[in-house]
Design a protein around this ligand. Structure first.
Ligand code: NAD
Length: 496
């Protein structure tokens, strides 16, 4: 029995019959669990009209009242985090502990946004000229949209909507059609927290929904997270339509291990960052670059750990790695194992041979050694549990490889040498850098974003840059003559 998943417009589930739908699966069993509605141009118009009607009043609602809704939403989300994590696991497949971690990282952004009265403060210059003061204020944009990927169905929407709503906008979420249920759960929670109807909407769907939002004149800004080709498309089309756009794209993240690194610590980091969430993270480590003679020991240490990883249904206790999102994606990722071998890489561990439950979209952890820059396993974003190892002779050679890659989301260096770490963080051309930290996702009071093909636009997501993105600045120059010179006697001592 499959259920139907619809849009959330004007504070309620949209009951208009869906002209188009898409199947939703539990990837751990391979069984279809639901049908999600795919928006038509008409559903886009209705969602935007409702958001546009709600935005002005919400934008004028006092900061303290907006913050109170954010505080209430934070309490509810904190209390019911397990419910949301279970929904994420059921449709995405990541293990429950990882889904709980995703919710916790999303919650951080809500906590940050509760500080909106402080975050939206402007500047004030008294007496810029005689009797003249100058001050800046930030105001909401109106209706803003967020288009999100399948791999973080709770966290990425929270990266966007917490700040967008706190800043006084109405927010329309277009989640991935592959795992759409978390978005409706969030919509109900916003309503319970006291958010007025229409300020948070969910438009389920695919390219039709996205194109409708990109073209709609009442949508002022679009935040996107997903693959690089779609990020580029969203950026070009959205900005051509006069919208503010931040579009985060794909990744190929390198972990550089210097000869002085603690090999066991680096191996633990490579395994958790390479295979966590089955490699379906934009900050996953995809390539380990070993420098000097550390390669053999590190490859052996990683390989030793892989048979112990429990692969299976992420809802079951003890499971450490779940399935991939669809059967097609699993087959595509598995295809890279042969491509790597044919191009000359050594298959140290072949995940196709890992014993796994039947039915689900599983692939075991795979390790390739001897990867080189011209191989497709290096050039492409694989987005699965396939970790490549590349051998470099020197620090400079490793740095040059990282900097030549078109993607530049995250990177990490493992070393005991502070000077080497300092040079790396300064010279590496990547947006987020970890020093002995494999997945350096910034905390919510910094901002998240890559460089080059990992980000289109000039604004990173969440944190201070998120607040800037969802508001526009205004500067007021005001002149008030000294009351002592007024034509009317206001009771001030006359100066002349
Ligand atoms: P995707 O690009 O296929 O889809 C992202 C969103 O775009 C979805 O909502 C989808 O419905 C929509 N979309 C898909 N095709 C479209 C089209 N032709 N026209 C308009 N809209 C379209 O990405 P995905 O497979 O859901 O997610 C995985 C990708 O996201 C990976 O490349 C990963 O690196 C990237 N990602 C990046 C970050 C980051 O912060 N940079 C974070 C998470 C995921």
């Amino acid at each position: 029995m499959t259920s139907s998943i619809g849009h959330w417009i004007d504070g309620r589930l949209d009951d208009a019959p869906a002209a188009r739908t898409s199947p939703v699966y539990n990837p751990a069993t391979g069984v279809q669990t639901a049908e999600v509605a795919l928006a038509t141009p008409d559903s886009v118009v209705r969602a935007v009209a409702s958001a546009r009607a709600a935005a002005p009043l919400w934008g004028r609602t006092p900061l303290s009242r907006r913050a109170a809704v954010l505080f209430e939403f934070r309490e509810l989300l904190h209390a019911r985090a397990d419910e949301l994590a279970a929904i994420v696991t059921a449709e995405h497949g990541k293990v429950l502990a990882d889904a709980a971690g995703e919710v916790a990282r999303g919650l951080e952004n809500v906590e940050y946004a509760t500080g909106v009265p402080h975050l939206m403060k402007g500047g004030y210059s008294e007496q810029a000229s005689t009797g003249v003061d100058v001050y800046s204020i930030r105001q909401p944009l109106g209706v803003v949209a967020g288009i999100t990927p399948f791999n973080f169905p709770a966290m990425v929407p929270l990266w966007m909507c917490a700040n967008a709503i706190a800043c006084g906008n109405a927010f329309i979420l277009k989640p991935s059609e592959k795992d759409p249920s978390a978005s409706l759960w969030l919509a109900r929670l916003w309503q319970e927290a006291g958010l007025p109807d229409g300020v948070f909407a969910v438009l389920q769907g695919d390219k039709v929904a996205v194109d409708g939002l990109l073209e709609h004149p009442d949508v002022s800004a679009v935040s996107f997270v997903g693959s690089t080709p779609i990020a580029r498309y969203i950026y070009e089309r959205g900005t051509a339509a006069g919208k503010r756009v931040q579009a985060l794209g794909g990744a190929k993240n390198h972990m550089v291990v210097l000869p002085d690194a603690d090999v066991e610590m680096a191996a633990d980091a490579a395994v958790s960052a390479g295979y966590g969430a089955a490699g379906e993270r934009c900050m996953a480590i995809s390539v380990v670059i070993t420098v000097g003679d550390v390669g053999d020991d590190l490859v052996a240490a990683i390989a030793r750990r892989l048979p112990a990883i429990a692969v299976g249904d992420g809802a079951q206790p003890g499971v450490e790695m779940g399935p991939l999102i669809t059967a097609e994606h699993r087959d595509r990722v598995a295809g890279y194992i042969d491509q790597g071998a044919e191009a000359g890489a050594r298959v140290v561990v072949d995940g196709r041979l890992t014993p796994m439950p039947a039915g689900g979209f599983f692939l075991g952890p795979t390790l390739l050694d001897g990867v080189t820059p011209e191989m497709t396993v290096y050039r492409d974003e694989i987005f699965g549990p396939v970790l490549g190892v590349m051998r470099c002779a020197t620090f400079d050679e490793a740095l040059a490889v990282v900097n030549a890659n078109p993607y530049a989301n995250g990177t990490a260096l493992f070393t005991r040498d502070g000077g080497a770490a300092r040079r790396f963080q300064s010279e590496v051309e990547v947006g987020m850098v970890g020093i002995n930290v494999p997945i350096p996702v910034p905390v919510a009071y910094y901002s998240f974003g890559g460089w080059k093909a990992s980000l289109f636009g000039d604004s990173h997501m969440y944190g201070p840059e998120g607040v800037n993105f969802y508001t526009r600045g205004k500067v007021v120059t005001s002149r008030w003559p000294d009351p002592a010179t007024s034509a009317v006697d206001l009771g001030f001592p006359r100066t002349r």
